[in-house]
Write a protein of this length. Structure first.
Length: 120
């Protein structure tokens, strides 16, 4: 797959194991990870249409395009990730900073409203 920081297993669908992560988006993520200087814990990357989260949606989700990822982080690291992502042209950012499953969603799919930021 050609990533300095991410394994194929981390980026594969957690439901079926398919590897359909966008290589240009992956290169951008490597750049962002390099600049942030801390490990990224992937909580979700590519999801096939049958993945339980995607299957519940009435439309194709951004993860299904291979151009979205959720990075588990909180507090100062979450703020740094968002700041660096914006600097590098990430156009879709979702923020979940409550409870035990805190993460930042980064996406670049043009099939969805751009630019946008939301909270879960």
């Amino acid at each position: 797959m050609g990533s300095k920081y991410f394994t194929e297993k981390e980026l594969a669908c957690q439901h079926c194991g398919a590897h359909k992560f966008d290589k240009d988006f992956l290169a951008l993520l490597d750049t962002i990870r390099e600049e942030c200087g801390f490990p990224f814990i992937v909580s979700s990357a590519y999801r096939c249409k049958d993945h339980p989260i995607e299957a519940r949606k009435p439309f194709t989700g951004e993860h299904e395009t291979g151009r979205a990822i959720d990075i588990a982080c909180s507090g100062e690291k979450a703020l740094q990730l968002v700041t660096v992502a914006l600097k590098h042209g990430i156009t879709r950012i979702g923020i979940n900073q409550k409870g035990n499953g805190r993460f930042i969603h980064l996406g670049v799919s043009k099939d969805f409203p751009n630019p946008t930021i939301w909270s879960y």
